[in-house]
Design a protein around this ligand. Structure first.
Ligand code: PLP
Length: 485
């Protein structure tokens, strides 16, 4: 076969990768029908589906040479992916930290994927990079960081924390020789992604101090102060203080103004993990409660939590942009000088990534199309729903943790007889099997505790009423069973 005829044969086949407009319309139509049906079923549907096969059917269709018709693909998706277990798009998702899924964000992703703009380097995609930097500056302003701060749109809070921890390590010149004397301070309630980041950043050999907390699971500044002094006396070098602005477990906010002062006094890098709680700053109440987070050196905040975006976007902010760049620059030292305050930095110089998804568009589009007012209202609604749930669950005779600082409530029922841990495990199981709403649990001082975590933009008062109803039903059932024994 001649070269030309071989090329022409290949071209015919490779052109199949560009479907013509009619075929695009057909496939797009099927996909839109699918997503519309999904969205329209959310209000009625369950938040959790217990199904034993857990999507195993997907494996019966391995990747192969032959194309699969779109309907078949969607059927597979529906049965094996979008049906089993937790439905994070449901407003009934009240476990862990609920996710979002704003529709306009999906359209932003759609456009970002179609145009495939390059958002790694300013030179290659100036508009895309400008958009991301503009969003970062907006978030910096919202949390009280100066406009000169640097930042990055990451895949989520974990990578954002990693970027901050690596920057802190380099800023404080923690090297092999000083590793075992450089001390890190956090509480047992800090998110596990931080311990993971510490390990990945090569800081596993640093002494790690779990600072005692008060009754509401907030870091005790006095205990921190004492620990730092003791460490200094023992010839150690306190270097990093990590606070949480809304812990995942109980929604606790560490006393950031006091912690910032201590960090400043002892020249520690002060990192605030606001992945869950940060965007409550858009409400008056949240702004008051989150005071002090602007005093940190670095901060993590997750738009795929508090801005209700679909999974896949977190943000890290670092005040010292030179330092963030020094840790992550892409090409060479000589690029550093190009990073003046007036110029747009490139994401590739501020994160481990080079080529990356154009994440800015999925955040920009919903913010622009909705405006901020509904976001503020939705966040305030979540704070009030948590307070409402807290009051109602107490009326039902449940024991609760402290009043919610943000939108997480911890609670459990202590039955007149028997092991409360077993009882509450059964309660949880009942709620999960019912499936209308989904809740999760945690362990606090060996106690099995139920959590109410309210952050889905689709959660409203009727959702909370449903949870209360299901819990009441579960109680009746379990008490009856207990009485029969
Ligand atoms: C969710 C969360 C993280 C981790 O963020 P991901 O986006 O899941 O990677 C870190 N810290 C806190 C407080 C969180 O709630």
């Amino acid at each position: 076969m001649s070269l030309k005829s071989e090329i022409s044969r290949l071209e015919k086949l490779s052109r199949k990768l560009e479907p013509p407009p009619t075929l695009r319309r057909k496939v797009r139509g099927e996909v839109v029908s699918y997503t519309e049906a999904f969205l329209n079923s959310l209000a009625e549907g369950k938040a959790y589906q217990s199904i034993s096969d857990m999507g195993i059917g997907l494996l019966s269709e391995p990747v192969g040479e032959k194309p699969l018709p779109v309907r078949k693909a969607l059927k597979l998706l529906k049965h094996s992916v979008d049906f089993p277990a937790l439905n994070p798009a449901s407003g009934g998702h009240l476990g862990y930290i609920p996710g979002g899924g704003l529709y306009y964000a999906s359209l932003g992703d759609y456009m970002a994927d179609v145009t495939n703009r390059y958002a790694g380097v300013y030179y290659a995609g100036p508009g895309a990079v400008r958009m991301e930097n503009m969003l970062i500056r907006w978030v910096a302003g919202v949390v009280g960081y100066p406009a000169s701060s640097a930042g990055n749109l990451t895949s989520g809070g974990s990578i954002a924390n990693l970027i901050a921890i690596c920057t802190a390590r380099d800023a404080k010149r923690v090297k092999a020789a000083t590793l075992s004397r450089s001390v890190i301070y956090l509480t047992h309630q800090a998110h596990h992604s931080l311990e993971k980041a510490i390990r990945i950043a090569g800081l596993a050999e640093c002494p790690i101090r779990h600072v005692p907390m008060d009754k509401a699971y907030r870091m005790d500044p006095l205990a921190l102060q004492q620990q730092i002094k003791e460490d200094i006396r023992n010839g150690l070098i306190p270097f990093l203080l990590i606070a949480s602005a809304g812990t995942t477990d109980v929604g606790a906010i560490d006393p950031m103004p006091e912690l910032a002062q201590i960090a400043k006094k002892h020249r520690l890098w002060f990192h605030v993990d606001a992945a869950y709680g940060g965007f409550f700053v858009l409400t008056k109440e949240g702004k008051r409660k989150l005071k002090g987070m602007e005093k940190s050196d670095s901060l993590v905040i997750d738009p795929h939590k508090g801005l209700f975006l679909p999974y896949g976007i977190g943000i890290v902010l670092v005040k010292d942009r030179k330092q963030m760049n020094a840790t992550h620059y892409y090409q060479a030292n000589y690029m550093q000088d190009a990073l003046s305050a007036t110029e747009e930095p490139s994401p590739a110089d501020l994160s481990p990534e080079l080529t990356k998804h154009f994440r800015g568009l999925r955040m920009w589009l919903p913010l622009k199309l909705h405006g901020l007012a509904p976001f503020r209202a939705c966040l305030q609604e979540k704070l009030l729903l948590a307070r409402f749930f807290y009051e109602e669950i107490r009326k039902l005779g449940f024991e609760t943790g402290p009043p919610p600082q943000l939108s997480v409530v911890t609670y459990r029922y202590v039955p007149p007889k028997g092991d409360p841990n077993i009882f509450n495990k059964k309660l949880l199981k009942f709620v999960q099997e019912d499936g209308h709403v989904f809740i999760s649990s945690t362990l606090l001082e060996e106690k099995f505790i139920l959590r109410f975590a309210c952050l889905s933009f689709r959660t409203h008062k009727s959702t909370v009423d449903t949870l209360l109803k299901v819990l009441k039903r579960a109680m009746v059932r379990l008490m009856k069973r207990g009485a029969q024994r």
